[in-house]
Design a protein around this ligand. Structure first.
Ligand SMILES: [Mg+2]
Length: 109
């Protein structure tokens, strides 16, 4: 049996740092020179998920699919940065809540 690695104290991921960085880059590239429409920004998040689906349909590699998922995260992070949404706080809260939910959340599918 392989010896277990000693658990090291992992730093909690600092999602808000990534949010700040994504939004800063988007600003520096001119994406926020004018006020942006929330509906359009949400649609652009969807577009990245559609690209992930197309990568799957085209039998793309895991890296191809992951790149599109990363693009979606970047758009979400940029949005949260612009709108000063504390995604990290709410994400942790939702994860903890999901632990308390029933099997399959009590749903059929
Ligand atoms: Mg993309």
């Amino acid at each position: 049996m392989k010896p277990r690695k000693k658990k090291t104290s992992r730093k909690r991921p600092c999602l808000n740092d990534l949010i700040g960085e994504c939004h800063s880059i988007a600003r520096s590239k001119g994406w926020w020179e004018d006020e942006r429409n929330d509906g359009e920004l949400i649609a652009l998040m969807h577009s990245e998920l559609s690209e992930a689906l197309e990568a799957m349909r085209a039998r793309g590699s895991k890296d191809n699919i992951a790149e599109e998922l990363a693009d979606c995260c970047i758009r979400i992070f940029d949005f949260c940065g612009a709108r000063e949404i504390d995604l990290e706080k709410i994400l942790v809260k939702k994860i903890e809540y999901n632990k308390t939910r029933p099997y399959r959340h009590g749903k059929k599918f």
